[in-house]
Design a binder for this molecule. Structure first.
Ligand code: PSU
Ligand code: MN
Length: 305
């Protein structure tokens, strides 16, 4: 049995022509930002990929099928339909069987990307090991999926609502390479640095393309992580949000917020505390990351040809 994939016209043409394609998640549209910022940002993210010489393929679930590339109309529908469920890797088989819409996380999007034969995926913030995971065992399925799907993942690290030190430990243990592109540190979404040094730095896109291919040629079955920090003028200082995050983590525990709902809960707490400044920084890092992913996917396609 095959899972039905529905390609947008733009993505189908790109695949036929051998053009580089960058897959993108849709959970950020339904759960990351409010309307109309979500729709506008999704369009700007796609345009950033196009401007850097690749074709965007935003992934979603609809009516028992996986959408590989959303139309203008689809983006608007995902951005405005209330209650579209967050679909991570373990939810995907059930939501596909039930029908209806689903917004894919990083984990389910890389599954879809691999099924569709796409080698690049971009998200500004991956899921990771949550603060307090030694008690809650809350580790995002994104990390586990990186051990299984052969996709290059371009991101701005992960939000500092997570435990980024433990997140890097997990990736090391499971042989998921982490390379900072033209920077030294592991970024923290809209913060330029998490304060942690990245295991590797690479400045040349073609060297990076070769490193990605080497990872797979060595027999590794999983993903390869490339990080790119947000531009300094769009960034938020880490120490500015740290106390808000620590407080929100404690409040979430008191209020019994956990599991699937925790990421959105913590992000919204930071948005309120920064009076919307983090939401703006959030949009900037999404667009910037997608642009870099488009450049790297294009360089990768060139190196392979
Ligand atoms: N991290 C962020 N912002 C996000 C997410 C993660 O900084 O919006 C979203 C992504 O869709 C990611 C998902 O794949 O949350 C991870 O959720 P969980 O921690 O429940 O696995
Ligand atoms: Mn979780």
């Amino acid at each position: 049995m095959n899972i039905p994939l529905v390609y947008s016209e733009e993505v189908a043409e790109a695949i036929t022509a051998g053009q580089p394609v960058v897959a993108l998640e849709s959970n950020v549209i339904t759960h990351g930002l409010d309307y109309p910022d979500n729709a506008e940002t999704a369009r700007r993210v796609e345009d950033a990929v196009r401007a850097s010489g690749s074709v965007p393929a935003t992934i979603g679930v609809d009516n028992g099928r996986i959408l590989v590339g959303l139309s203008e109309n689809d983006i608007e529908r995902f951005a405005t339909t209330p209650g579209v469920p967050k679909v991570s890797s373990r939810d995907l088989p059930i939501v596909l069987a039930r029908g209806g819409m689903g917004a894919t996380t990083v984990a389910s999007s890389v599954i879809a990307a691999e099924l569709a034969g796409l080698r690049f995926f971009s998200s500004a913030g991956i899921g990771g090991v949550h603060r307090g995971a030694e008690r809650t065992m809350d580790v995002s399925s994104d990390l586990v999926q990186f051990t299984r799907s052969k996709v290059a993942v371009v991101c701005a690290g992960a939000k500092n609502v997570l435990d980024l030190g433990l997140t890097l430990e997990f990736l090391e243990t499971h042989c998921v390479p982490v390379v900072a592109y033209r920077s030294d540190d592991f970024p923290a979404f809209y913060c330029v640095s998490s304060g942690l040094r990245s295991p590797h730095r690479v400045d040349d896109p073609l060297e990076l393309a070769r490193a990605i291919e080497n990872h797979w040629a060595l027999g590794n079955p999983g993903s390869f992580l490339v990080t790119t920090p947000t531009r300094p003028e769009d960034a938020i200082a880490g120490d500015e949000v740290e106390s808000v995050i620590a407080e929100a983590v404690a409040r979430a525990e008191r209020d019994g917020v956990s599991g699937q709902a925790i990421t959105k809960y913590l992000m919204r707490a930071v948005d309120r505390a920064t009076e919307g400044r983090s939401a703006k920084a959030n949009q900037a890092v999404l667009v910037n990351t997608a642009g870099v992913a488009g450049e790297l996917a294009a360089a990768h396609a060139k190196e392979l040809s």
